[in-house]
Design a protein around this ligand. Sequence first.
Ligand code: FES
Length: 99
Amino acid sequence: MAGKEYAKREEVTVICRCEDVTLEEIRTLINQGITDMEQLKRLLRVGMGPCQGRTCSALLAGEIARATGKYVGEVKLTTFRPLTAPIKLEVLTRGETHD
Ligand code: FES
């Protein structure tokens, strides 16, 4: 019974809120031998949402570390891009600055 409850939690635990990637999806790929953060990112889009992994990268690194027996600091992180915010074209044409 306890194992069943654990599996259910894994299914509904969302690691990447931006891309709606669950812990189960991540563990499935890790169990298939994919333990490279860059590959997981490309396959699941984890870390590619609007926050660019600010929320999920540490959680993903923790899962990879747990599966591979490494320290979290030993997990190679992906390239981070700066956060972007949409601005209206009229702001650019008027020469205004954007906060
Ligand atoms: S929570 Fe994963 S990219 Fe934002």
